[in-house]
Design a protein around this ligand. Structure first.
Ligand code: AMP
Ligand code: MG
Length: 306
C-alpha cells in the first residue's frame, strides 16, 4: 500500500522531496489532475513512471518546474510569444512545447528533441519541486488510457503500491489536463485543448493559434483515451438526454453544460463513480464549443470511443 500524507501536514513537502530525491514516485496534486512525479534527471526514476502506468515509452512526459527562470534551463531558442504566454499564464494549466536543452533526458521526451514544460498552480506542488532542486516529470497518475485522477483516492485506486507517497490536497480545482501549445513550428499550434481556453491565449499573444492538424504528437490526442468502462453517450441537449436515458439500464445524465468550470471539475469523478456503481452508461450533454467547453468536448468524445 502506498502511503498518503495530507498537504496540510507540515512534513508533507519534506517527505515528498525525500521520496523524489531517492528515486521514488510521488502522487502530486495540481490544479488540473494529480500527477505521477519523478525527478526528471534520474532515468531510473522516470522509467518507473512508464512501468507504473503501463505507458509506452514513446509517449513523452510533461516537465513541471516551480519558477519561470528555470524555463531557460530546460528549453532553448524560446520564441518571444512563448515567453509572453508563460509570464501571463503561469502558474496555470498551460503547457509549452519547446526545443529541449541538453539538460533534458530523452527518456522524458520519448526520444524527441522537444520538451513540454509547465508550472502548476498548486502551492504544495511548487514547494516540492523547488526544494527538490530539479524539474519533475509528471504525467497524469492513472493507468494508461484510463480516466485521469482528480483526488488522492483516484491515484491510489489506479496505482496502489506502485506510487511511494501520495500528497492529498483534496479535489483538483480545474479537473481537466493542461492546454498544450506547440511553439516549435513556424506558427503556434494547439496540440491538446485543456484548462486554459485557446481564445484567451490568442488574445494574450495577439495571433491565431492553429488547430491540430496531421498526425498528432500528443498521446492525449489518441482517439480513445480518458475512458471509463461504462458507455459514454453524447447528446446535444437536456431534452435529448431525457429521451435516450430510458434506453440504458442504470444510467445517469451529466448535464452541467451551462457551467463549464463545474462540468470540468466534476467530469472525471463522475466517470469513475459511474464505474464504481456499475452503471451501464452515462449520458453526457455536450457544452458549447468555446472556452473550457472545447476541452470538455474533447475528453467526452475520447471517452465515448469503444
Ligand atoms: P499527460 O501527462 O497524461 O497529461 O500527457 C502529457 C501530454 O503531453 C501527452 O499528450 C504527451 O504526448 C504530451 N507531450 C509531452 N511532451 C511532448 C513532446 N515532447 N512532444 C509532443 N507532445 C508531448
Ligand atoms: Mg494522461
Amino acid at each position: 500500500m502506498s502511503s498518503v500524507i495530507s498537504s496540510n501536514n507540515p512534513d508533507a513537502v519534506e517527505q515528498a522531496v525525500n521520496v523524489l530525491n531517492s528515486g521514488g514516485l510521488v502522487g502530486l496534486p495540481t490544479e488540473t489532475v494529480y500527477g505521477l512525479a519523478a525527478r526528471a534527471d534520474l532515468d531510473g526514476a522516470v522509467s518507473k513512471i512508464f512501468e507504473a502506468k503501463g505507458r509506452p515509452t514513446g509517449h513523452p512526459l510533461i516537465l513541471h518546474i516551480s519558477d519561470i527562470s528555470d524555463l531557460h534551463r530546460y528549453a532553448v531558442t524560446i520564441p518571444t510569444a512563448a515567453i509572453h504566454l508563460a509570464e501571463h499564464c503561469w502558474p496555470g494549466p498551460l503547457t509549452l512545447l519547446l526545443h529541449k536543452s541538453s539538460d533534458v533526458s530523452r527518456l522524458v521526451t520519448g526520444g524527441r528533441e522537444t520538451v513540454a514544460i509547465r508550472i502548476p498552480a498548486n502551492d504544495c506542488a511548487r514547494q516540492i519541486i523547488r526544494q527538490c532542486g530539479h524539474a519533475v516529470a509528471a504525467p497524469s497518475a492513472n493507468v494508461f488510457g484510463h480516466v485521469s485522477p482528480t483526488t488522492a483516492k483516484h491515484v491510489h485506486d489506479d496505482l496502489g503500491e506502485n506510487v511511494d507517497l501520495i500528497v492529498d490536497d483534496g479535489n483538483c480545482s480545474i479537473g481537466v489536463e493542461s492546454t498544450i501549445i506547440d511553439f516549435t513550428t513556424a506558427r503556434p499550434q494547439l496540440l491538446r485543448p485543456g484548462g486554459f481556453p485557446v481564445e484567451d491565449l490568442e488574445s494574450i499573444i495577439g495571433t491565431q493559434i492553429l488547430m491540430p492538424t496531421g498526425e498528432s504528437r500528443a498521446s492525449g490526442m489518441l482517439s480513445s483515451h480518458y475512458a471509463p468502462k461504462c458507455k459514454v453517450v453524447l447528446v446535444d441537449s437536456v431534452a435529448e438526454a431525457a429521451s435516450v436515458l430510458a434506453e440504458y439500464r442504470d444510467s445517469r445524465v451529466l448535464d452541467h453544460w451551462d457551467n463549464p468550470p463545474l462540468y470540468a471539475a466534476s467530469l472525471y469523478t463522475q466517470m469513475r463513480l459511474a464505474d464504481d456503481e456499475g452503471l451501464s452508461a452515462i449520458i453526457a450533454v455536450l457544452p458549447p464549443k468555446s472556452g473550457l467547453g472545447m476541452a470538455i468536448r474533447d475528453r467526452l468524445t475520447k471517452a465515448s470511443f469503444l
